[in-house]
Structure formats: structure tokens, C-alpha cells
Design a protein around this ligand. Sequence first.
Ligand SMILES: Nc1nc2c(c(=O)[nH]1)N(C=O)[C@@H](CNc1ccc(C(=O)N[C@@H](CCC(=O)O)C(=O)O)cc1)CN2
Ligand SMILES: Nc1ncnc2c1ncn2[C@@H]1O[C@H](COP(=O)(O)OP(=O)(O)OP(=O)(O)O)[C@@H](O)[C@H]1O
Length: 279
Amino acid sequence: MGSIREHVRLIMTGHQSVLFSPSSPFPSLAAASHLRRATGAMACSPSDATAQKKRAIRSEVRKALKAFSPSQRSHEDSVIQSLVLDSSWFKSCRSLCAYISCEALREVDTSRIISETLNNVDTVSSQNNDAQGKKKLYVPRVEDKNSHMRMFHISSTEDLVANSMNILEPSPTDADGNQREDVMLANRPVDLFLLPGLAFDKTGRRLGRGGGYYDVLLKKYHDLAMEQSWAQPLLVALAYSVQIMEENVIPITPNDMPVDALVTASGVIPITPAALERM
Ligand SMILES: Nc1nc2c(c(=O)[nH]1)N(C=O)[C@@H](CNc1ccc(C(=O)N[C@@H](CCC(=O)O)C(=O)O)cc1)CN2
Ligand SMILES: Nc1ncnc2c1ncn2[C@@H]1O[C@H](COP(=O)(O)OP(=O)(O)OP(=O)(O)O)[C@@H](O)[C@H]1O
């Protein structure tokens, strides 16, 4: 019988390492622990460590959000939404994707942004916008558990129904049975994404709720904009003060899509050259 080194190969690919045992098609924990004993290798592969660190930060931030006083939260909700609604980059955008905030998840409130966008009550933005003076709004709908989400066009909050997670989302067809427009099939580009998340830092790192829904969709939209030679949309995350981490605390993988800017109650934080140009 050969040595443990002949039975087990350690394959390192960038951040990720996978342990294979020839006796099993699956990465094996038993093989991993043998290898550690035989080689003195570290206890977790970097990808395990990254996923573990992400989980730890998520649970730390969930705790901080629970402990966040309702009055401070509602103050930050109001300041953040005003910063967005009063900004030139929001007023001038013609088409945007935004999340429908969920109270139970303690997400930065977007209800005023959503209703003002749909009602188009902002007269300045009407002047800066297209003939109808209306922005097109797309909001998320989870399609399956494999990180698959779509963004559908809505024209009223009546287009929204609560899903199994109690998040409001659009039905794929409207009251007349017509398919809603999917942002991936729209004939004009989205200028702006307003993004949710659990944790962020001032270099643009974003940690979501672990579904990979936004990372997958943002990558697809990035590729679509490249194909169509459209300007990339501005990716702006809305964050409470307790969601901003020190730099280098949030681990990242090649799938994580960085944001261009943050809006916090202390102000707008442009991060990338695109944000510095537009904000
Ligand atoms: N308002 C809103 N809509 C959204 C998202 C979001 O983050 N916020 N999504 C962005 O992806 C997608 C839905 N993804 C979700 C992923 C997890 C949970 C959730 O309830 N997570 C719990 C933990 C659940 C668990 O660990 O089993 C939590 O975070 O407390 C909700 C939505 C699409 N729509
Ligand atoms: N572009 C992608 N293609 C395939 N899988 C992906 C992609 N992006 C993320 N994933 C997978 O989704 C899962 C969750 O990823 P991650 O923890 O980074 O999500 P998140 O940032 O918390 O979620 P979200 O993007 O929904 O806000 C991981 O298993 C990750 O590998």
C-alpha cells in the first residue's frame, strides 16, 4: 500500500483548494485530516476559511442589526433615502434596478425611493428624463435556489406579492397575463443598481446573504452591457453604519462583484473611477 501522499492529491487553484481521494469521487474530510497529519497542512482549505469567515461576519452583522435602536435605524433610513432621492445621479437615471426592502431582514428601507420612482413625484427628475418623465424600475424575483434571480419591470407596488421568505416580489406575468419585461431582455441599459447586503467596506467589498443571487445577476448584466457596448451601470449599495466593516475584514472570491459606491447616513462614498465621475 502506498503512502498517504500517493493516495491523496492536494489541488490548489488560486483561492480554492480541493482534496481528492482516488477511492472516492468526492472531496473527503477523512482524507483531508490524514493529509494534515501526514503533511502538517493547515486545518481548512482557503475556500473553507473564506466561507467560514463570511458566515461569521453575517452572524455578527445580524446581531448588530438586532441590537440597533429602532430610532437610529429609522433616522438612517430617512437620511439614506433622501441622499439617494436628492442626488444628481439618481435624478438623471432613466432605468434602475432596486430591491424591495424587507423589514424582518432589517434592510435599509427603500420604500420611499420605490414609491417616488413609481409615482414620479420628483419634478426635477421629470425634466431630466425621457418624454414621459418616468424612470423604468426593475425589482428582483428569485427563480430557484441555484443563485438564479431575475429583475422584472414593475409600474406599481400592486405588481408585488409576498414570496415564501416574505419578501415582496413581482409575479412573472401582470394582471392581464402579459409577461413582465426582464431586465436582461430590455432594449435599453440600466444606469443604476441599488443593492442590498449584509456587510460592506469602503473599498467596495460587499457581502450578501449567501445566496449568490446578486453576484450571478451582476456578472450577467456586466457581460450583457459589454456585448451591447453600453456603459456599465453604477452599482450603489445602501448601508447602515453598523454594516460598514474595516478594510480587509470581508473576504472575497473571484465571484464577488464589488460595488462602485456606498450610501450611508454619513454621506455618499464614491469608490471607483466610474463613481467619482458620476457622483
Ligand atoms: N429585499 C431583498 N430582496 C431580495 C434579496 C435581498 O437580499 N433583499 N436577495 C438577495 O439575494 C434575493 C433573495 N435572497 C435572499 C436570501 C436570503 C434571505 C434570508 O432570509 N436570509 C436569512 C437567513 C436564512 C438562513 O440562513 O437560512 C437572513 O439573512 O437572516 C432572504 C432573501 C432576491 N430578493
Ligand atoms: N458568478 C457566480 N457563478 C457561480 N456561482 C456563484 C457566482 N457568484 C456566487 N456564486 C456562488 O454563490 C454562493 C454564495 O456566494 P456568496 O457567499 O459570495 O454570496 P453573497 O454575496 O452573500 O450573496 P448575494 O450575491 O446574493 O448577495 C457561493 O457558493 C458562490 O460560489
